[in-house]
Design a protein around this ligand. Structure first.
Ligand code: NAD
Length: 478
């Protein structure tokens, strides 16, 4: 436990210390006893592994981790990251964020995270497959993976392909396990994945921002109009989360004026064509040379441009005490995990910036992963049992209305009214409901406090309270 009498130097906090700092800031608003707070905050299991992998004629030792932060709910859940930045502190921080995130959005999992210290862009698919399969085997050996134990998902540097390798390795090592498909989420549809998972985090960010921007008083406080229509947006990172966030927010009428990638940023005051830029980057492996708008070589400086909403969707610690004073956004939506450091947050809050915390705004991914896990355990696609029944029932209802009124409902209208819910409709509806409800909980909590607390503190407090209640229900703490 840190000594409360020694002032904390925010600039020196590691990533996992930062998460603990936010936890400590929120803890007094929960009324939980210290012993319980200590239990909630501590990291339950850390598995660090090293294993050899062949790179052509040489053998390299790979460093990897799986951290299960909290077992108050099982299984534990969290993505797997491939990056050269991976270390124990980072994985611990990300696992802890998963615990608070899951509790906040009522996803019944404990938090976990995995990481492999490799550069996916500089590693051939064959070697990546070997590493992924070996990593999964190590997890199986130590009982660190399974539909009721710990369920990985994609994160930075990983996607459907890696999840498919994990699944295949797991089911090979566990023949006949009826729920084996639930050992990992974010799988391809053909391997029992779920429609809408790939874009879920980005879609969740937009559903949340749409809700946040609908409150007139809150928007007035930061000098903005309600609604996403016309809002000027900057997104950092054009990977899974950044691309889908940018693409979907543009559909809501917002104008994405800058996209900052690792090797440069693209700026266009008229709004960027997201799919066009994405396609260009996929082909050229860079945003450099993109012909439309202006390419800015110093990517980080794009975060400091004038805008309404800044969405960091790349990595942690992108907004620090160094660039925070120059940030002009009114809202920062933490689509990435931990993009704003505590030292930066202090500066930004003083400037009146509304910071939407990661544990809430990027929870769409784990929410839809939960739906995928449920689908795997129930062995049936959402919508399969009721879609036709709904359509027949609704057709009958429209016929009755026509008979009673003597009027004919136009064909196009009938089609939209009778449409039974497909899997994607149900997934998006469940995701939207989750993001709206969670934001209302956080906002209500913040409003109820007489002292001014920020949204992150409110989100942590709501989350800690939910975890506290599950410990009380177990009778572990009096
Ligand atoms: P990704 O690997 O698909 O994309 C990340 C992108 O960020 C890449 O295009 C990369 O080139 C870019 N990038 C890296 N450094 C950069 C820099 N300094 N400036 C600008 N761009 C940079 O990863 P992702 O899955 O989109 O994850 C991004 C963030 O979102 C991570 O913090 C992750 O933990 C978080 N997150 C992801 C999910 C998910 O479902 N994938 C869910 C919740 C949170």
């Amino acid at each position: 436990m840190p000594d409360k009498n020694i002032p904390i130097d925010l600039k020196k906090l590691s990533f996992s210390d930062s998460v603990s700092y936010y936890f400590d800031k929120a803890a007094p608003f929960t009324g939980a006893p210290q012993g319980l707070l200590d239990q909630i905050k501590t990291c339950n299991s850390i598995y660090k592994m090293n294993f050899p992998v062949k790179y052509g004629n040489e053998v390299r030792v790979i460093e990897a981790y799986r951290v299960q932060h909290s077992h108050h709910r099982m299984p534990t859940k969290g993505g797997i990251r491939y990056s050269m930045q991976v270390d124990q502190d980072e994985v611990m921080a990300l696992a802890a964020l998963m615990t608070y995130k899951c509790a906040l959005v009522d996803v019944p999992f404990g938090g976990a995270k995995g990481g492999i210290k490799i550069s996916p862009r500089q590693t051939s698919p064959e070697i990546l497959e070997n590493i992924t399969r070996r990593y999964t085997t190590e997890l199986v050996k130590k009982n660190f993976i399974g539909p009721g134990i710990d369920v990985p998902a994609p994160d930075y540097g990983t996607g459907e392909r890696e999840m498919a390798w994990i699944l295949d390795t797991y089911v090979t090592l566990n023949p006949g396990e009826i729920n084996g498909y639930g050992c990992v989420t974010g799988k391809p549809i053909s391997q029992n994945g779920i429609h809408g998972r790939t874009e879920a985090t980005g879609r969740g960010v937009v559903y949340a921002l749409n809700e946040i921007c609908s409150f007139k008083d809150d928007m007035k406080d930061i000098g903005l109009e309600t609604g996403l229509e016309g809002k000027r947006v900057i997104v950092q990172g054009l990977g899974n989360v950044g691309y889908h966030t940018a693409r979907i927010i543009a559909k809501y009428g917002a104008k994405v004026i800058a996209i900052a990638e690792a090797d440069g940023a693209v700026y266009d005051e008229n709004g960027i064509d997201i799919d066009d830029l994405y396609k260009y980057r996929q082909e050229k492996k860079s945003v450099k040379g993109y012909g439309k708008g202006k390419v800015i070589a110093d990517s980080a400086s794009a975060l400091e441009l004038e805008c309404d909403i800044l969405i960091p969707a790349a990595l942690e610690r992108q907004i620090t005490e160094k660039n925070a004073p120059r940030i002009k956004a009114k809202i920062i939506a933490e689509a990435a995990n931990g993009p704003v450091t505590p030292a930066a947050e202090k500066i930004l809050l003083k400037k009146g910036v509304m910071i939407i915390p990661d544990i809430f705004i990027n929870a769409g991914g784990v929410t839809v992963s939960y739906f995928e896990w449920l689908k795997n355990l129930s062995h049936v696609r959402f919508g399969r049992m009721q879609k036709r029944w709904e359509e027949k029932h609704q057709t009958g209802f429209i016929k009755l209305v026509e008979e009673l009124t003597g009027k004919t409902v136009p064909k196009a209208r009938i089609e939209s009214l009778i449409h039974g819910a497909d899997e994607i409709d149900l997934v998006n509806s469940g995701l939207e409901d989750t993001m709206i409800e969670a934001y209302r909980d956080i906002r209500e909590f913040k409003k109820r406090r007489k002292s001014e607390i920020d949204l992150r503190t409110a989100a942590f407090a709501v989350s800690i309270n939910k975890i506290k209640n599950s410990y009380y229900a177990m009778g572990i703490f009096p």
